[in-house]
Design a binder for this molecule. Structure first.
Ligand code: ADP
Length: 192
């Protein structure tokens, strides 16, 4: 059986991470979150963590060479042979092209793309709430939040067009509603 990869797209605050954790169970796929991996480097103060700290705090994208290499190492681990759920990667077209080549070279299939849609004003409210609850430095400042949303709209949303152009299934999901409702929308879009 070939390992299938599912991509989860959505702006910051759209609930991607939450849904990825829930889908991990349903789909029996390994959740790979580049944001979580970078935050882990930050908290362990690794060499990589120190290098990316100012970039993440400013709400900017970590350079592709660093990100792609970290993803490559992760996707070479044996557990992803079951299938993986990528959350936060790719985030721009060069990363998407890199991933196509990488998956092809490993003989992994790309099952499709899930796009979570939530209106911008609701996203800003959710992220301000998350800053209070979880204390994420990049959620604390409204200007940084807006920059991350702009980066998503300018770069990440373009990846969706890329996947449509290479004829990968793209499932648009309404991300407004309870956690359970959104999970079942995703599961039914995937035909599970
Ligand atoms: P969010 O989608 O809520 O902004 P993430 O947890 O996915 O949060 O990512 C947090 C930060 O980690 C991003 O703002 C960015 O600095 C960095 N990051 C995560 N994934 C990538 C990626 N694929 N490419 C570049 N930077 C990334």
């Amino acid at each position: 059986m070939i390992a299938q990869t599912l991509l989860l797209f959505g702006p910051p605050g759209s609930g991607k991470g939450t849904q990825a954790k829930r889908l991990e169970q349903v789909l029996r796929a390994v959740h790979v979150s580049t944001g979580d991996m970078f935050r882990d480097h930050l908290s362990r103060r690794t060499e990589l963590g120190l290098k990316i700290e100012h970039i993440m705090r400013a709400g900017q994208l970590v350079p592709d060479t660093i990100t792609n290499e970290m993803v490559r190492e992760r996707l070479l681990k044996p557990d992803v042979a079951l299938g993986s759920l990528l959350d936060g990667f790719p985030r721009n077209i060069p990363q998407a092209r890199w991933l196509e080549v990488f998956l092809g070279s490993r003989g992994f299939g790309l099952r499709g793309v899930i796009v979570m849609n939530v209106p911008r004003n609701e996203l800003i409210e959710r992220l301000k709430g998350r800053a209070l609850k979880e204390g994420r430095a990049d959620d604390a400042d409204v200007e940084v939040i807006k920059r991350r949303l702009d980066t998503y709209e300018a770069q990440t949303a373009a990846c969706i067009g890329f996947y449509e152009s290479v004829r990968r299934p793209v499932h648009q999901i309404d991300g407004v509603g309870s956690m359970e409702t959104v999970t079942s929308r995703i599961v039914s879009a995937l035909g599970n």
